[in-house]
Design a protein around this ligand. Structure first.
Ligand code: MG
Length: 478
């Protein structure tokens, strides 16, 4: 989100609001994300990229084509050539930036935010969001207005190969013959978002019957909003049952996140599906004799607040977990740095590094098909889900008057009681015993504290959550 603009005029050098939030630069188009800002940001990005061709794609929001034209014109004016990939899911644009010979990319998207929002997500030539430290470099250029040039005349051309080449690459990473032989049926809830133009084609190329609901791309997201949750996917569940489908999947507005349901229509949060996929991939990598591309196959990268379900399953498979700060860019960049092949974020952001180290709803779908096709005949997705380790989880957020109060909440929680161990990678993850933890962390963008907790014992979780909630509320109210 754009931070409020105090000090934007005159005193920008002293109080410089951040442009970048956790996932690119976002705001309400015309209000916070003005055309002027889009143009200056594009000049800044062109200056940052320096040279080479840039590929630009956009999601299905009403303002997206206009913003894409602004971005492309500004890049041309900055002297760079640009390709128009048109309406594509974010992971497809990221794939194009990486594999189709570009120096970088720009995705026009506000992911799952409400319709009036939009955003600019810069992609490096390696297909992943630019590193956090480079966001600051871009902001330096933006605020100093030291643009390399604005009198250029770069050219434009169409990039029509983004979707076909993406689909070919994704299919090459699964056992397509085995999947085709199963003739699976999948219901896909595109949520009026960008995966409507890609995911069904991928499923059909894998010999599946793809039943699409909410497949009309519509920037107002009239069907169920742009973010799939545990509570707004009733239509998906009903369609899966009605069709006797093998499973269902719902995507967010720009198609990087995916939430799955089993053949009975029961919806599972991303940590559960992600853990199943990790288990499947670790086994497959075993039978393939490890990673062919030289990376460290037997490890999984995930944020520090990820469920113990994953650590239990990964440990059983002899894999190591690598933790990062909370945030998908943190996970992606760590995967790139280490050459890791598997990463995930609990909100349905599964990352398969053999394609690209980014969250990807269509690739996750292909991997679920691969997983189902590799099970003994007759085994259903619900059987796989019921085999997962059981843990109990809790999440909450607390509004704080200031960031300082949010920081005080974290330190008070760290000093409280006699924890077994405290990890301070991002806020504080407080281990109460080897199977119970409470985590508090200040939000990076708003004055609030997020709390996460998990335990293998329900009662213990409830009592610890109450105890820490009281402490947090007391601290906030002073
Ligand atoms: Mg998204």
């Amino acid at each position: 989100m754009l931070m409020n603009g105090n000090g934007m005029d005159g005193s920008a050098a002293q109080i410089r609001p951040r442009l970048f939030g956790t996932n690119g630069v976002r705001g309400i188009f015309g209000k916070e994300l003005t055309p002027e800002l889009v143009i200056d940001l594009s000049y800044s990005l062109a200056t940052y990229f320096g040279k080479g061709r840039i590929v630009v794609g956009y999601d299905g929001r009403k303002s997206s084509p206009v913003i894409s034209r602004l971005v492309r014109s500004a890049f041309n004016s900055a002297g760079l050539d640009v390709a128009d990939a048109g309406l594509v899911p974010t992971p497809c644009l990221q794939f194009a930036a990486k594999r189709l010979g570009y120096a970088g990319g720009v995705m026009v998207t506000a992911s799952h935010n409400p319709p009036e929002y939009n955003g600019i997500k810069p992609i490096a030539h390696d297909g992943v969001e630019i590193p956090r430290e480079d966001e600051l470099l871009v902001e330096d250029i933006f605020y100093s207005k030291r643009f390399a040039r604005i009198d250029g005349n770069g050219s434009q051309f169409a990039e029509d190969n983004a979707i076909p080449s993406y689909i070919d690459a994704a299919i090459s990473l699964v056992d397509a013959e085995k999947i085709r032989s199963r003739k699976l049926t999948v219901v896909m809830d595109a949520g009026n978002g960008a995966q409507a133009v890609l995911a069904p084609l991928l499923a059909e190329r894998l010999g599946c019957r793809a039943i699409v609901i909410n497949g009309q791309v519509d920037g107002d997201f009239p069907a169920r909003g742009s973010e799939p949750t545990l509570d707004n996917l009733h239509a998906l569940s009903a369609a899966v049952r009605e069709a006797g489908a093998d499973f269902g999947v719902a995507y967010d507005g720009d198609g990087d996140r995916s939430i799955f349901c089993d053949e009975k229509g029961e919806i599972y949060w991303g940590d559960k599906t992600g853990t199943l996929l990790v288990d499947h991939l670790l086994k497959t990598m075993d039978s393939n004799g490890g990673s062919s591309s030289g990376g460290t196959a037997k490890e999984v990268v995930c944020p520090i607040n990820t469920s113990m379900m994953l650590s239990i399953v990964a440990e059983r498979a002899g894999a190591k977990l690598v933790y990062t700060k909370v945030g998908s860019v943190e996970v992606s960049r760590e995967m790139v740095r280490r050459g890791s092949k598997i990463g995930l974020e609990e909100n349905g952001g599964f990352m398969y590094g053999r394609l690209n180290e980014v969250r990807d709803g269509a690739m996750a779908t292909a991997l679920v098909l691969d997983m189902l096709a590799s099970t003994a005949s007759g085994q259903k997705l619900s059987d796989l889900f019921s085999s997962l380790p059981k843990t109990f989880q809790y999440k909450a957020k607390f509004k704080c008057p200031t960031r300082e109060v949010a920081n005080t909440v974290v330190s008070r929680c760290m000093e409280h009681g006699s924890p077994k161990r405290v990890e301070t990678m991002d806020g504080a993850k407080i281990w109460l015993d080897s199977e119970t933890w409470v985590m508090v962390r200040p939000s990076g963008t708003e004055p609030l504290v997020r709390m996460y907790a998990e335990s293998t014992e329900r009662q213990l979780l409830d009592s610890k959550v109450q105890e820490y909630q009281r402490l947090i509320q007391e601290t906030i109210s002073g």
